[in-house]
Ligand binder design. Structure first.
Ligand code: MCN
Length: 783
């Protein structure tokens, strides 16, 4: 019986966070440290005619000023996901000839203080020749659009398509009803609490570099820095990502600053620190989403969905970021079947380049974009066919009996019972009562709307061989080690990285149950490449299903070794040994008193006085786990909103979320993950927009302009759970880290459109700001 797994333990890591005692890169102070600042382009597109650094160099306190010419020994930023025929434009750490987005990097200063470094930036003169800019994913491909890179004609880096086109075409040819929509899934800025930061220290005697950096995947970043950018041998490069204050995908890629800071530290012979300001983060962290989509749904008269066709232009920004091409391809089109049994699904997309900050993973990464397309279309179809949005979904759900279910867009869904999730959500919301109240409110002239969305997520990517076949440069395995110390205490090492997810708690819960020991005897370590030899980091809600499984495997090996020692010492056959995971002891089958405790066996392994012949002393087990499939969490959310007809302001009155994330390690953490995800997804639906004007100026580069959700915007979330364990990992878990984000965006968009339906408003693009809604209301009144 599980003692810890399944229990709502409070997070072990929280006392240090709550008390402000976390260790963050920005707080790091090293003796003789210098400070780095980066000169960034104010133009979205311009030729660099010259850079004059003389005045900056002359400023007292300036140690060095460097341009792209100086850093020519640093390699190009690589692309780690090479879809077929992709054109990856060169991307230098400091640009020499041209800048291609506001915030692009032109020069850097190293100085005695961060203030002197900032002052020196103002003394660098860059002679720019401004060029016309393009910011829209689709317009970038049109004739006459400004061209960003000579090597990428029509600003189109890659084209990708997937699905059964024939079945899709047939569905449309034979459809009783076709619903079409043009959608924009707007640009988002991740805005983690902690902006990015890096500190580097070079040891010239050992020829070793240590880099502290706010990365979600320090081991992976080390490989990229070593192999592509800095040329420092991997074993001489140590990366430490200590406590990191959120990432949401934006701390996955390897960034230019992660190469520039160590480069500068070696150059000036001193430790060097760089910390991004908030507005600097807004124009230099990779951003999210930004799709322009035309989509259509084919249906039969009774509401049966027979076909879905999607054409999307995905904005990659000015350069191709590390895993950017993965997101609108294998994490987007593959999810277009949603929760539904659709015979014909076909998606095609164009990965384009524009004069905007580069785009990469942002919580959900491709999957929220897919869910938004599917769930908006299904909702519009329901309205236009006079069906209830619950009924049309129920009618088309993949039945529980069909799992594992092969979709027409490559994925094999592992398990699920979507109808049960819907039933629970409907029951919790008291849906019929909600509708009755809405009817009454409408009679009173109020704009009350109910929104429903049912979404699928593919978490825990992916079999490494599949990743390789789709263009991935690396694999997607994870490592996990269990080190048992002589005194019976245990250190757990994981290649995943916690930056808010609570792994120090849940991974300890997993190992404590596997070994049957007190959770207080376990310490979970992550984030230091000198300690964790290998790992792939945290993204794609993978850490528990992939990293957790690696730990289960290592714990199994620990148990197996202890059984050998116990059998030897108890003078009983190995086959008769029973590992009691409740008590943490090993006994002889049928004779529980003939037992050895975990602590005794740990001690025996290290004294090595009485081990079976040939058995090595010590107990330290490592595993690499490569998943055989993704896991497929799913959910149904129902929200009730009210729109103020005079101001267009949306108030969320109720929010019900039922999620199936398989077996749950820690319900409290899962609720927290879902709640945070909901807030983030609602932020996209209602407020957030990485907004560029036509000239490419980022006009939302601070928190006054970039409207984040606040706690007071939300009612208490009403959360429920369904549970269909994943059949292909021993924990039965599916990912939860992105589920809330994926489902809440279409839920709220559908709710707002439901509120406005009596006025005849069919669709408004996100974010559904009061201004946009007010304008739609006025336009509806006029027509
Ligand atoms: N968990 C559980 N039971 C499950 C699934 C997960 O108890 N069935 C627990 C896990 O053990 C872990 C947490 O829930 O403590 C999230 O687990 P998982 O779904 O495996 O996701 P990851 O740990 O891989 O986290 C990545 C995911 C992603 S992709 C983004 S983006 C995201 C997110 O997590 N960024 C976050 N949640 C975040 N939360 C915070 N606070 N900050 C971020 O930057």
């Amino acid at each position: 019986m599980s003692k810890y797994v399944g229990s709502s333990m409070k997070r072990i890591e929280d006392p240090r966070f709550i008390q402000g005692r976390g260790s963050y890169v920005a707080n790091l102070k090293l003796p003789n440290m210098a400070y780095l600042a980066i000169k960034r382009s104010p133009y979205a597109h311009a030729n660099i005619k010259g850079i004059d650094t003389s005045k900056a160099k002359a400023l007292p306190g300036v140690i060095g000023v460097f341009t792209g010419e100086d850093t020519s020994d640093v390699g190009m930023l690589p692309c780690g996901w090479n879809v077929p025929d992709i054109k990856v434009p060169p991307n230098r750490v400091l640009q020499t000839d041209k800048v291609r987005h506001v915030g692009d990097r032109v020069a850097m200063v190293v100085a005695e203080s961060p203030y002197i470094a900032q002052d020196a930036l103002d003394l660098i003169t860059v002679d720019y020749e401004p060029l016309p800019a393009v910011v829209d994913a689709k317009k970038a491909t049109e004739a006459g659009a400004p061209q960003l890179h000579d090597s990428v004609p029509n600003n189109t880096s890659y084209v990708w398509a997937l699905g059964n086109k024939e079945a899709c075409d047939k569905a449309f040819a034979e459809a009783d009803k076709v619903v079409e929509l043009d959608l924009v899934n707007q640009r988002l800025i991740a805005t983690a609490i902690e902006p990015r930061a890096a500190v580097a220290q070079w040891d010239p005697y050992k020829e070793e570099m240590t880099l502290w950096t706010t990365s979600q995947n320090p081991n992976l970043t080390r490989v990229v820095l070593s192999a592509f950018l800095l040329g420092i041998p991997e074993h001489k490069l140590r990366l430490i990502s200590p406590d990191v204050g959120g990432g949401f995908g934006s701390k996955i890629p390897t960034y230019p600053e992660e190469a520039l800071v160590p480069w500068a530290a070696r150059k000036v012979g001193r430790p060097v620190k760089w910390v991004a300001a908030r507005s600097e983060s807004a124009m230099s962290d990779t951003q999210g989403r930004d799709h322009v989509t035309h989509c259509k749904l084919a249906l039969k008269q009774d509401g049966t969905i027979t076909g879905l066709h999607v054409s999307t232009w995905a904005n990659n920004g000015a350069y191709i970021s590390l895993v950017a091409p993965l997101i609108p391809t294998a994490l987007y089109i593959t999810l277009l079947s949603g929760l539904y049994k659709i015979p014909g699904v076909y998606g095609e997309m164009w990965g384009t380049l524009t004069n905007t900050v580069w785009v990469d993973a942002y919580r959900g990464a491709g999957r929220p974009e897919a869910s938004y397309v599917v769930e908006r279309l299904v909702d519009v179809a329901a309205r236009e066919m006079n069906m209830d949005p619950v009924e049309i979904r129920r009618k088309n759900f993949i039945p529980a009996s069909d799992f594992p279910y092969q979709t027409p867009v490559a994925f094999l869904y592992d398990s699920g019972n979507y109808a049960a999730v819907m039933d629970k959500a409907v029951e919790m919301a008291n849906y019929s009562q909600m509708r009755a109240e809405q009817k009454k409110a409408r009679e009173d002239g109020r704009l009350v709307g109910i929104g429903i969305a049912g979404c699928i997520e593919a978490s825990g990517p992916a079999p490494s061989a599949v990743a390789g076949s789709l263009g991935g440069v690396t694999g997607f395995w994870e490592s996990g080690s269990v080190r048992v110390h002589a005194t019976g205490k245990v250190t757990v090492l994981t290649g995943a990285h916690s930056h808010g997810q609570g792994h120090e708690t849940t991974f300890a819960q997993i190992v404590a149950d596997e070994l049957g020991i007190d959770i207080k005897d376990i310490d979970v370590v992550h984030g230091d490449t000198a300690v964790i030899p290998n790992g792939m980091g945290t993204y794609g809600s993978r850490s528990t299903s992939v990293g957790g499984t690696a730990l289960v495997r290592s714990a199994e090996k620990v148990r197996a070794k202890m059984m050998k020692i116990a059998a030897h010492q108890l003078e009983a056959p190995l086959e008769e040994m029973v590992y009691d995971q409740d008590q943490g002891k090993i006994y002889v089958k049928g004779v529980p008193s003939k037992a050895k405790a975990f602590g005794d066996l740990a001690f025996a392994a290290y004294t090595a006085h009485n081990l079976p012949p040939g058995l090595e002393p010590g107990i330290e087990e490592d595993s690499y786990y490569d998943p055989s499939n993704f896991t497929f969490p799913n959910s149904v959310h129902i929200a009730q909103v009210e729109v103020d007809p005079h101001t267009g302001e949306v108030t969320i009155q109720r929010y019900v979320a039922v999620d199936d994330v398989g077996k749950v390690i820690n319900p409290l953490i899962v609720e927290g993950q879902v709640a945070g995800g909901i807030a983030q997804g609602v932020g996209q639906a209602l407020w957030e927009h990485g907004n560029y004007d036509e000239s490419g100026q980022l006009i939302s580069a601070n928190l006054l302009e970039y409207a984040m959700p606040h706690a007071h915007h939300f009612p208490a979330f009403e959360m429920g759970r369904a549970e269909t364990p994943s059949p292909h990992n021993p924990l039965g878990v599916k990912g939860v880290g992105e589920m809330g984000t994926i489902t809440s965006t279409p839920t709220i968009a559908n709710a707002v459109m439901d509120a406005l339906a009596p006025l005849g408003v069919r669709h408004i693009d996100m974010p559904l700001t009061p201004e946009k809604i007010w304008r739609a209301i006025q336009a509806a009144k006029m027509s």
